[in-house]
Design a protein around this ligand. Structure first.
Ligand SMILES: [Zn+2]
Length: 243
């Protein structure tokens, strides 16, 4: 019942704010403005009124739709902590063999097909996937070195992926909770911006990926695309490759 009411509520909001300035590539709806999140700080443009997609999720949808459209064979795709707006698109896509994994936690709802995984011990053989997608997960993990090594291990040689984190580009070195520290949710919120984050990444994030065996590239959509789909100007997609 709650889910149906929520759907109606978002449907009404989408009607109220419909227009032609922004287009959501996740649900296909168009709006004259987007829903403000956190005062739209740090280059944010806002969330979709209908499906709730954030800027980064819309950028992934555009990137992945284009990537998948150019595939000439079926690939194995691993999606850690799948975004709701991408799950539907990817899980029903005939061009990929899709596996979604998440650490199941109480109080959250997960589609049945989502595998319970611990990113520090991924339950997959070495070189299992052609593409790994892992966005806004590592900032929750103290031992991100092991998590990055795991993502690299399950990726095939010649494979690629997206590994994205919230990043403060004014920081050279990541500020993180030490292994022997045990901060409270309030302390984490104050220091890292969210109650369950254990680090705020700085520019050394890319070195961490490289040390984990990845080649790293920053992908930026053209200005006109960022404007049309309401993408964040300050949030390039971090694309990784394994040779
Ligand atoms: Zn949408």
């Amino acid at each position: 019942m709650k889910a149906i009411l929520r759907k109606i509520y978002h449907f009404v909001l989408a009607l109220i704010y419909c227009g032609d300035k922004y287009e959501c590539p996740c649900c296909g709806r168009k709006f004259r403005k987007l829903r403000v999140i956190n005062n739209n700080k740090n280059g944010r443009k806002g969330a979709c009124w209908y499906c709730g997609s954030y800027e980064r999720t819309r950028s992934y949808k555009l990137y992945l739709a284009d990537f998948i459209s150019h595939l000439d064979h079926k690939i194995k795709f691993l999606h850690i902590a799948p975004e709701e707006q991408l799950f539907q698109f990817l899980s029903n896509n005939g061009s990929i063999d899709y596996t979604a994994g998440d650490k199941r936690m109480e109080g959250y709802h997960y589609p049945k097909s989502v595998v319970d995984v611990d990113i520090l011990h991924l339950p997959f053989e070495d070189s299992s996937f052609d593409f790994v997608m892992c966005s806004h997960v590592l900032e929750h993990i103290k031992d991100d070195k092991t998590a990055i090594a795991e993502l690299n291990r399950v990726l095939k040689s010649g494979g690629m992926g997206i590994i994205q984190v919230p990043l403060d580009d004014k920081l050279d070195i990541t500020d993180e909770e030490g292994f022997d520290e045990n901060l409270t949710p309030a302390q984490r919120l104050a220091r890292f911006g969210q109650f369950d984050h254990v680090k705020m990444y700085g520019k050394d994030f890319f070195d961490r990926l490289r040390q984990g065996g990845f080649e790293v590239e920053q992908f930026v959509f053209p200005h006109s695309v960022r404007e049309r789909y309401g993408l964040n100007d300050d949030e390039p997609i971090t694309v990784v490759y394994k040779h």
